[in-house]
Design a protein around this ligand. Sequence first.
Ligand code: ZN
Ligand code: ZN
Length: 133
Amino acid sequence: MIIQGGCLCGSVRFEITGQLYDTHHCHCSMCRRHHGAAFSTSARLNPDEFSWLSGEDLVKVYESSPGIGWGFCSECGSSLVGTDNGEIVLVTLGTIDGDPGTRADSHIFTGSKAEWHDITDNVPQFKERSNTG
Ligand SMILES: [Zn+2]
Ligand SMILES: [Zn+2]
């Protein structure tokens, strides 16, 4: 499966040549700020299957703690990837073109979710991490 995606301004494009997995809605306060939304939706990937197609030089990585990075387009601000010690381990589902071939299987960090947002679906909820991390 080949999955492609990109940022709002179109400068940054990427490709994933494999399956996404462990797709989750994260309600932690950091995701809320990074996305400017009630929660973020992202999926894990095999770092070897990820490649930038264009605009890699525009991708800035903010480290919230040593080794834990949040990659975004410095031109338009789109939240793109999560990094762990420089490796791309997460992709934001909202930046993917079309159907990413995966569905969220958990809400995580619901213990810190936004007070103004109610979860109304039947996807399992975890106060912190899910069992799969
Ligand atoms: Zn952009
Ligand atoms: Zn989070």
